[in-house]
Write a protein that binds this ligand. Structure first.
Ligand code: ATP
Ligand code: MG
Length: 568
């Protein structure tokens, strides 16, 4: 596996595993699995499960399987199978040769079902889906037994074989486990284990027209693969007795232990493939990999690094209680990593031209700039400087308010890595009154950004030389939802009504330093004073540079932490 291990934080699952290794349970082995259903792209919630499962396997010298839980042919596609593999690998994990599909076990699962029937533990039921629901009862009332519950083993075997042979239409019959219609656990009231579905499967084609249900498939797939610890989210807690029941009845050799943990919920975000697919299909975003999506492919395109996602997953920890994580923490982890790793560059998003009147026409020179103050090994680069430069429109005010320390008429500021300049004249468009150019002078003695006489300036601006500048498109992203809890909704409102109408702002005509001309898709940079940006992996190409803003520089999480510290 190619991902570096941090010191793992303690959590209750890790503790269970440590105890199991001590006691020699499962022969001291640790075999976990990540079992996505290929019915959509993975999201950051899945990352939590991936980091946990692969992380534990790495830590305890075990292994983690990647298993596609592909039992519902109507919703599953090959596109998702490929995307999921790409995403898990991108996160830094390697399943080696242990790539599996539940559909590989269809024949074995069928045999297990036959075994259950032969033991009198499963029966073919002709009730409709609606009737099955009615017969199931409620938490307060026991269920009612199906009139088909006491069919003979022979009749059940015959009907189940004919189900497989395609003799009956969809929904005509199901196979059910025969457990207990009075159980306090609804999952134990004769759950359906096979249904008829005349649908082509992305791997098995038309070989099957009956498909096993999740609860039956999952525990047996785990057992077939020799999984030791089957880690899943809390909503499966009530399914655990069923998980164990199947394995106990069938007397399998390997009986994995199911352990549940709380799923990740993130503020301002929806984390459910069923909802994310609505955003894609409804055209609210440009696709599964839209940089505003919480999908792994979306955050990758946005510029988040795999290391920052792993770090985030480790920091939020693993608990037994549901909670909502502040998205500011995720952004903080991203910033923390990018701060260490991204080269600094100068980019002007909304250019304002400055002419330095006392700088010789036609001259240009190269000035040394530091690539990353956090990483001396990143070295320096040379930046061209000339008589005409661009600065940020926001960095000039004709009539500066208090505490505005940037450029204004008569004021001197520093150009980063270059000189001090003073503004003498503002040139405006005659018709619109818009500021189109500034006329300044520079002090040749201040080369490198310091004055020999020790005089100080309060503002330092980033800039790009006009004749050397490279044009770029910049996409600024904001949160996709404008409320912290779009998922829970206000008075049952549809989550899509909370989409932030300003979540994407495209700026054309940005000017970036010349070294970025050959920036490659996926490269990440810090635009000095602005934020972290990543070259778009889809739309950027030679002659058309596109940058996605990954995160702005301002760190709201760091502020929250400081406040907490003060309160203490
Ligand atoms: P969704 O609700 O988004 O459709 P799912 O649970 O149906 O997710 P699966 O493909 O079945 O998606 O998930 C694969 C694994 O990822 C499961 O073990 C599941 O428990 C885990 N998982 C899914 N969502 C989260 C989450 N938000 N936090 C942690 N683990 C998750
Ligand atoms: Mg699921």
């Amino acid at each position: 596996m190619n991902c570096k291990l941090n010191t793992p934080p303690p959590n209750f699952i890790r503790n269970i595993i440590i105890e199991d290794i001590k006691s020699g349970k499962h022969g001291g082995k640790v075999i976990t699995r990540f079992p996505p259903e290929p019915n959509g792209y993975l999201h950051i919630g899945h990352a939590k499960s991936i980091v946990l499962n692969f992380g534990l396997a790495l830590e305890f010298n075990g292994r983690c399987h990647l298993r596609f839980d592909d039992t519902n042919p109507t919703k599953e596609e090959e596109e998702y199978v490929l995307a999921i593999q790409e995403d898990v690998a991108w996160l830094g994990y390697d399943w080696g040769e242990h790539l599996y599909y539940a559909s590989d076990y269809f024949e074995k699962l069928y045999d297990y079902a036959i075994e259950l029937i032969k033991m009198g533990k499963a029966y073919v039921c002709d009730l409709s889906a609606e009737q099955i629901r009615q017969y199931r009862g409620t938490l307060k009332e026991p269920g009612k037994e199906s009139p088909y519950r006491n069919r003979s083993v022979e009749e059940n075997l015959d009907l189940f074989r004919r189900m497989r042979q395609g003799e009956f239409p969809d929904g005509a019959r199901v196979l059910r486990a025969k457990i207990d219609m009075a159980s306090g656990n609804l999952n134990m009231r004769d759950p359906v284990i096979y249904r008829i579905m005349h649908a082509s499967h992305h791997r098995t084609g038309d070989k099957w027209c009956i498909y096993p249900m999740y609860d039956f498939t999952h525990c047996l797939s785990d057992s077939i693969e020799g999984i030791t610890h089957s880690i899943c989210t809390l909503e499966f807690e009530d399914h655990r007795p069923l998980y164990d029941w199947f394995l106990d009845q069938l007397k399998v050799k390997c009986h994995p232990q199911q352990i549940e943990f709380a799923r990740l919920n993130l503020s301002y975000t929806v984390l459910s493939k069923r909802k994310l697919i609505q955003l894609v299909e409804g055209g609210f975003v440009s696709g599964w990999d839209d940089p505003r999506m919480p999908t792994i492919s979306g955050i990758r395109r946005r510029g988040y690094s795999p290391a920052s996602i792993r770090n985030f997953c480790e920091r939020i920890g693993v608990a037994k209680r549901d909670s909502v994580v502040d998205i500011a923490l995720l952004e903080h982890c991203v910033r923390e990593d990018l701060n260490k790793t991204s080269p600094r560059v100068m980019a002007v998003l909304r250019p304002l031209k400055v002419v330095i009147e006392n700088y010789p026409e036609g001259k240009s020179e190269e000035l040394e700039a530091i690539n990353n103050p956090e990483d001396p090994s990143a070295g320096t680069r040379m930046l061209p400087f000339s008589r005409e430069i661009y600065i940020e429109q926001d960095d000039f005010r004709e009539d500066p308010p208090k505490k505005f320390f940037r450029l204004a008429p008569g004021r001197e500021v520093r150009l980063r890595y270059a000189y001090f300049i003073t503004c003498h004249k503002v040139v405006k468009d005659e018709k619109t009154g818009e500021i189109i150019e500034l006329r300044c002078t520079y002090d040749p003695e201040t080369k490198g950004g310091a004055a020999p006489d020790g005089r100080r300036v309060r503002g330092t601006l980033h800039w790009v030389s006009v004749p050397h500048a490279v044009k770029a498109e910049v996409r600024l992203y904001d949160r996709l939802f404008s409320v912290p809890d779009p998922d829970r909704g206000k008075e049952g409102a549809d989550f899509k009504t909370f989409i932030n109408p300003n979540s994407l702002q495209v700026i054309h005509g940005c000017m970036v330093e010349p070294g970025l001309r050959n920036a490659r898709p996926g490269e990440r940079y810090q635009f000095e004073r602005i934020g972290y940006f990543c070259v778009d992996i889809v739309d950027s190409g030679p002659g058309h540079l596109v940058f996605n803003r990954t995160v702005p520089l301002r760190d709201t999480w760091a502020k929250i932490e400081r406040m907490h510290r003060k309160e203490k």
